[in-house]
Write a protein that binds this ligand. Structure first.
Ligand code: FPP
Length: 222
């Protein structure tokens, strides 16, 4: 962790993949097509994260608030995530990516949790890149759940994972939306107007270049 500014270390990038629905609507397509296009973007970004040597990549796949969407979209997203894990698991495994889910288990359907559990067990031995899939995840829920156990830091969903260095959010929205609140206390923020399906590894590299010019002081003087 560098506090001197200029080329700060980056180990953990967290992404709010926003704008799939708008991307589809702009093309006169159903929202589900936007999520499918978002899948391609995500896996190109995973390749980019490997190229860039990141150690942790967290992605907001489904939030505790996403249950309030129309039930057909909720159902689509649950099945979509499940299918995507099955489809990409071998690929991730070959690349040395460890898949980890964080978030509350309730009320995620059993078959979706099973798919996550299997992907996690299958890739558990990898140490190159941890892909943290935040699913039925909410930052406040995480802090509440941890507080019930005692020390918050020690009882986060993945206490071994270091704080977030850089948060990326696409689609022009400039808010955190309950994402990794505790871990992002000193994160640098990067917002782009690009919609998530248009984002790719080169967009990630651009965000990392921007980050490399930031001065991180952690409340000190640097
Ligand atoms: C936001 O777009 C995106 C989502 C709600 C889902 C994104 C999920 C993925 C790309 C798959 C990740 C899954 C795994 C298992 C790694 P939006 O619907 O909020 O778009 P809008 O704001 O334009 O409506």
């Amino acid at each position: 962790m560098s506090s001197s500014g200029g080329d700060p270390a980056v180990g953990h990038v967290a992404i709010i993949m926003d704008g799939n629905g708008r991307w589809a609507e702009q093309r006169g397509l159903p929202r589900s097509k936007g999520h499918e296009a978002g899948e391609r973007a995500l896996f190109d970004v995973v390749e980019g994260a490997l190229e860039a040597g990141l150690r942790y990549l967290s992605v907001y796949a489904f939030s505790t608030e996403n249950w309030t969407r129309p039930s057909d979209e909720v159902e689509f997203l649950l099945n979509f995530n499940r299918a995507l894990l099955r489809k990409r698991r071998d690929d991730m495994n070959e690349r040395g990516v460890r898949i980890r889910r964080i978030g509350r288990r309730e009320p995620v359907p059993r078959e979706v949790l099973d798919e996550f559990d299997q992907a996690e067990a299958f890739t558990a031995h990898h140490t190159r890149l941890d892909l943290m899939v935040c699913f039925n995840y909410g930052g406040r829920a995480e802090i509440e759940d941890a507080a019930k156990q005692g020390s918050i830091q020690d009882n986060l969903y993945a206490p071994d994972v270091p704080d977030v260095d850089l948060i990326i959010r696409t689609s022009g929205e400039r808010r955190l939306s309950n994402f990794l609140l505790w871990q992002s206390a000193y994160a640098e923020l990067y917002f782009t107007d690009m919609l998530w399906p248009d984002f790719d590894r080169h967009s990630l590299f651009e965000a990392l270049r921007d980050y490399s010019g930031r001065q991180r002081r952690y409340g000190g003087l640097g």
